[in-house]
Design a binder for this molecule. Structure first.
Ligand code: TH1
Length: 755
């Protein structure tokens, strides 16, 4: 029973409150409700250490998890206020780049929901991922001060402080806590560390700041621009600051719960989320030996406590730091890392598995694999590639450490909160059970033959499309026809994700329409993507999309049939609006390159049909829904890996033999494009594609176009399409992060549930 009332937190009638007053009242009420529930606890606890937690807006999600959303909504309505006003007022904390950070946020939701004692541990950045705008059809970036209005109040300052020594620099941290509500369960916590000396005033109007002034800007930015040495160094400072705090916190808490440190593994499990927190390993060794434990034993303790998740095989994302960086930031860890390396060397001669290579670079992933007891990939295909190719030399040493944990998403945010229309329809048919046991969605399968149900699914999708169309017009002025097919690619901009392939398809269609082709139904291609500040080609692709969209959308002959919309400042909140309205989910990475993807799961759950390559978790989606309910195309991961091995791919050859492709590529530097865009940037992209095309868009172009045409034709059989939607929704249960977390717990952490 909820006895808490908003009114008790305002001191005056709700009808007389400003939005900010109402927001702060709802926030305080949420925190009290959480405290009343209590926190999951137990002898052993998992510490999920991550440089990113892309938590998104907090209010509604918390109210839903606490079971008081409807009460608060009703109380507001009585006072003539609309809860959506509060939701729109709220500012999103964007404390992550993309999938990796969002995964961490889904995981802490599931950990709390499943009653597992757990903390997320990370950094309290002052600015999240940059805010994106478009000027002259180019990406512009501004700092994102998310701690404004009531937002900072979500973080509770604690009186926990730790000393962190970086060379001559002694830093004193402060720990902040954000409550993590589980769905109908006790709560968990996100513990974020900051420095009191950090100074937001330093940023000025641009993103530039003195990266050498560590005390003033250590936690100022998520991912400081690391295109130069100072930026890279700052990143190492951040990583060490994060894990030194984490390690001190963990030892403190475990001793408090009764550990004598020798038995640390009975009290703590540490999950290392990619290599950013890897320094926790030597830091724990240092702290344990300081407390009198032999270094040899410390290695074993740390190995038993730590587990490592790999999220990518892209070489540039695998962190290796030159030794001199560590000598500057963590001189006291260098001897430990050296001895850990010596211990490896004494056992294994193979050069590719050493922690420190012949040039003196420290390979973080190698340290993780040797000194943790579990190494996991994030989708079946990804884990197989790790075992057979990328990390094969390690797999041969430690086959027992390798395991797969296919990613998942929290259904609380990704359907219950963002798509109440669909949620209601599902619950009407199969009851409430699926909300905590997602596999129950399979009970919808019989309804895939029920025309009344299928019509309902189509109607609800239509409602969402209308809502999005109204919203986007008001947000950025684009007029979108709700009757058009919503064809959506929203994710970070990266060449391997191949937004450029989608763009080439759109150009091809544009050229056909100019030639007199009249499609049966219009298509709206949505792109939402941020490019890393120093990633030149990624920014060129955004520029090409923006220039092309201005041509298409302003051409009266073409725009009734084709529109291209580049969303400004794509973030979690926008995904929550667009995914429920989407028809086609574009998951078109070059096979073998996308470790998992999690957007693909969100689309499926909301009844969008995947158009994708056999990459990452798409493979498992295809297996679950069957070939009638997904559109797949392109080279297989084996073929791709073979081409890279033989270095035999020549983009120009494909350009020469495929006229349709050549026309689309040439259009990038056509008169129309050069008028709409910047010659240098467009030419740069054109040259990159023709001269290199490292992620092999050309060989997949023909099969992509054919398959997309097939999908668009299938869309015209409305009942047939609705059936595909129903099967996708029914089979999405596997991708609940509750399932993923259960598997982590059963195979790696072994925690007892507190409920
Ligand atoms: C992403 C992967 O690209 C994606 O396929 C996966 O679904 C997601 O992680 C969650 O597992 C990654 N994001 C990052 C970010 C950084 C470094 C490596 C990766 S891998 C900064």
């Amino acid at each position: 029973m909820n006895t808490l009332k908003l009114r008790d937190y305002t001191g005056k009638a709700l009808s007389e409150c400003t939005i900010l007053e109402l927001y702060n009242a709802a926030l305080a009420l949420t925190q009290d409700a959480c405290r009343n529930r209590g926190y999951n606890s137990g002898k052993k606890k998992v510490y999920y250490i991550s440089a990113e937690f892309l938590i998104g807006k907090l209010l509604s999600n918390n109210l839903i998890n606490l079971g008081i959303y409807d009460d608060v909504k009703a109380e507001l309505a009585e006072a003539g206020k609309d809860i959506t006003e509060l939701e729109e007022f709220e500012y999103e904390p964007s404390l992550g780049n993309g999938g990796l950070g969002r995964l961490a946020a889904c995981f802490i939701d599931s950990l709390a929901t499943l009653g597992l004692p757990a903390d997320g541990v990370g950094l309290a950045y002052h600015c999240g991922l940059f805010k994106q705008s478009f000027e002259d059809r180019k990406q512009h970036m501004r700092p994102d001060y998310w701690r404004k209005w009531g937002m900072a109040n979500w973080m509770k300052r604690t009186d926990k402080h730790y000393k962190v020594q970086c060379g001559d620099l002694e830093l004193l941290s402060t720990m902040y806590e954000i409550d993590v509500t589980g769905y109908g369960s006790k709560c968990g916590r996100l513990r974020l560390f900051d420095l009191d000396t950090v100074n937001e005033g330093l940023i000025g109007s641009g993103i530039g700041f003195d990266k050498k002034e560590i005390e003033k800007n250590l936690t100022l930015f998520l991912y400081p621009d690391d295109s130069d040495e100072d930026g890279k160094l700052l990143r190492v400072y951040q990583e060490y600051f994060m894990v030194s705090n984490a390690a001190q916190l963990i030892l403190d808490e475990c001793v408090e719960r009764g550990s004598n440190l020798h038995d640390l593994a009975d009290y703590a499990a540490i999950q290392i989320n990619d290599t950013h927190p890897s320094l926790v390993i030597p830091e724990l060794v240092r702290l344990l030996t300081e407390k009198g434990i032999e270094e040899k034993e410390a290695y074993q303790i740390v190995t038993d406590v730590c587990a490592y998740t790999n999220h990518t095989i892209l070489a540039e994302a695998l962190e290796t730091w030159p030794k001199h960086f560590f000598k500057a930031v963590v001189p006291h860890l260098m001897p430990i890392i050296k001895r850990m390396n010596d211990a490896v060397k004494a056992k294994y001669e193979e050069p590719s598995v050493q922690i420190i290579d012949e040039y003196g670079n420290v390979h973080m992933a190698h340290m993780d694999i040797h000194y943790s007891h579990s190494v996991n990939g994030v989708a079946r295909l990804h884990t197989d590639i790790l075992k057979e190719t990328e990390l094969n030399n390690f797999y041969k040493l430690y086959p027992e450490k390798f395991n797969n944990k296919t990613n998942g998403i929290t259904f609380r945010r990704w359907v219950i909160e963002c798509n109440p229309e669909l949620t209601e329809l599902i619950t009407e048919k199969i009851g409430e059970g699926w909300k905590t046991d997602a596999r129950q969605l399979e009970q919808l399968i019989p309804y895939a033959e029920d025309e009344t149900f299928l019509q309902c699914i189509l109607n609800r999708k239509n409602t969402k499309k209308h809502k999005f169309s109204a919203w986007i017009e008001q947000y950025q002025g684009d007029k979108v026809d709700p009757e058009s097919v919503y064809d959506v690619q929203i994710k970070r901009l990266h060449e391997y994700k191949r937004q450029q392939l989608n763009l080439l398809w759109a150009i091809d269609r544009y050229l056909h329409i100019k030639d007199g082709y009249r499609p049966r139904r219009p298509v709206t291609v949505f792109f939402g993507a941020k490019a890393a500040p120093a990633y030149v080609i990624a920014k060129d692709i955004i520029h090409a999309i923006l220039a092309f969209s201005s041509i298409v959308n302003n051409d009266p002959e073409v725009s009734p049939y084709l529109k291209v919309v580049m969303l400004r400042n794509y973030n979690v909140s926008m995904a929550e609006k667009l995914i429920p309205a989407s028809d086609i989910s574009e998951q078109i990475s070059l096979a073998s390159k996308e470790a998992s993807g999690t957007g693909n799961m969100k689309f499926m759950l909301n009844g969008a049909v995947t158009l994708g390559t056999m990459d990452g978790a798409n493979v498992e989606i295809a297996e679950l829904v069957g070939e009638d309910n997904i559109f797949t195309f392109g080279q297989s991961s084996e073929e791709v890996i073979e081409h890279y091995k033989n270095a035999d791919y020549v983009a120009k050859n494909w350009y020469k033999k495929d006229k349709r492709l050549a026309a689309a590529v040439d259009f990038l530097v056509s008169e129309e494009m050069l008028e709409a865009g910047d010659r240098k940037l467009l030419k740069q992209l054109y040259d990159e594609l023709l001269g290199k095309d490292w992620f092999m868009t050309f060989p997949d172009f023909e099969s992509y176009c054919k398959t997309k045409d097939k999908a668009l034709a299938a869309y015209e059989d409305r009942m047939g399409w609705a059936k595909k939607m129903a099967v996708n929704i029914a089979k999405a249960g596997y991708f609940s992060s509750d399932r993923t977390i259960d598997q982590y717990n059963n195979d790696i952490w072994h925690l007892e549930k507190d409920c």
